[in-house]
Design a protein around this ligand. Structure first.
Ligand code: GTP
Ligand code: MG
Length: 314
């Protein structure tokens, strides 16, 4: 969709402003495009009018703005789905984990977020008739819980050759939030070269939580996280691929009524993720999945199970 735009190529941005923007991390045109004149004016130390002109110039360059409804339809019609391995869970998501969107699983320890990721890393490689995309997976692991052994058994259960499946998963360990951001920003070449149909970030929030501790850093954390998600969304659009991210829940002992857990990242994640699935443990190997806030699908729950074979229907 968008090729690299240098800050200096933007009308109204001289070397001085460019340097200022780089210093504060506004080095990506999309970040400028989605910022407000007030915000940009403060950050680049320029007038609001000039800031508005720069934002408009970037939006023009990125061709952001209105598009006709038939174009939207055309784009959406190209959207594909990856099966989760459970028909019930697929139906909850309107057919599977969709391309061009970010799907977020949030839940407590052991609720199955990572297992679902492993399953999708395998399933994206399946033939289209079997619910796959016949494409490969990029796996960004921030928690060190990636397990090739587990993936191999899930692959075997699907009738695939484990070695082949593992060869098609491009793995990177993210060591901190900046590294995680960098891995996603540099992903474009790998995506093109290796026919990537699914990007997994497991988990999206843990490094951010560790790196920005304390209330004073909350705004900065949210801004960075927001930008990170925009980068993922751009890749999802540009390459018609699916993005699956996981998010831990934090206990909120102050909440007396309702669910005493809340997704880390709060509202920012809520606004970008299109599909948010809340996972929780039930009896034995059963898991309950609830779809939250999807604009075009009803909020409801389904049950699936985790077995030696991976994610399955009950
Ligand atoms: P955190 O990353 O700690 O927040 O948890 P998570 O939501 O990522 O949990 P994960 O997906 O790692 O789920 C772990 C659970 O999956 C285990 O507690 C098991 O119940 C189940 N599980 C994992 N591997 C196997 C397996 O080989 N067989 C079976 N039957 N269950 C498994
Ligand atoms: Mg996990």
């Amino acid at each position: 969709m968008t090729e690299e735009i240098r800050l200096e190529d933007i009308k109204g941005v001289g070397p001085k402003i460019a340097e200022k923007l780089r210093q504060v991390g506004y080095d990506d045109p999309m970040t400028i495009a989605v910022s407000s004149p007030k915000e940009l004016a403060a950050i680049a130390e320029i007038g609001e009018l000039q800031a508005a002109k720069i934002i408009n110039a970037v939006r023009e360059m990125l061709k952001i703005g209105f598009e006709t409804a038939d174009k939207v339809l055309e784009r959406k019609e190209k959207s594909l789905q990856i099966t989760t391995g459970s028909k019930a869970l697929d139906e909850l998501l309107g057919g599977g984990v969709p391309t061009q969107e970010i799907t977020e699983a949030f839940g407590a320890y052991g609720s199955g977020k990572t297992q679902l990721g492993f399953q999708l890393a395998v399933n994206v490689q399946l033939p289209i008739e079997q619910g796959g995309l016949e494409r490969n997976c990029l796996f960004i692991d921030s928690e060190g819980t990636f397990s090739p052994h587990r993936i191999a058994s899930i692959a075997k259960a699907k009738g695939l050759e484990p070695e082949k499946v593992l060869k098609n998963i491009y793995y990177a360990r993210a060591y901190n939030s900046d590294h995680q951001i960098l891995l996603v920003e540099r992903a474009k070449d790998i995506i093109k070269e290796h026919n990537i149909g699914l990007i997994i970030v497991d988990s999206i929030t843990s490094h951010f939580r560790a790196d920005y501790v304390g209330r004073g850093l909350l705004a900065e954390r949210q801004q960075k996280l927001n930008k990170h998600l925009h980068t993922l969304q751009k890749l999802a659009d540009a390459f018609n691929l699916a993005v699956y991210i996981t998010n831990q829940v934090m206990a909120r002992p102050d909440v007396l009524f309702g669910d005493p857990t809340a997704p880390v990242g709060g509202h920012i994640l809520g606004h970008i993720s299109y599909y948010r699935v809340y996972l929780r443990k039930s009896k034995k190997n059963l898991r309950i999945a609830r779809l939250i806030d999807a604009p075009n699908l009803p909020e409801r729950e389904v049950v699936f199970k985790i077995t030696e074979n991976g994610i399955e229907d009950v």
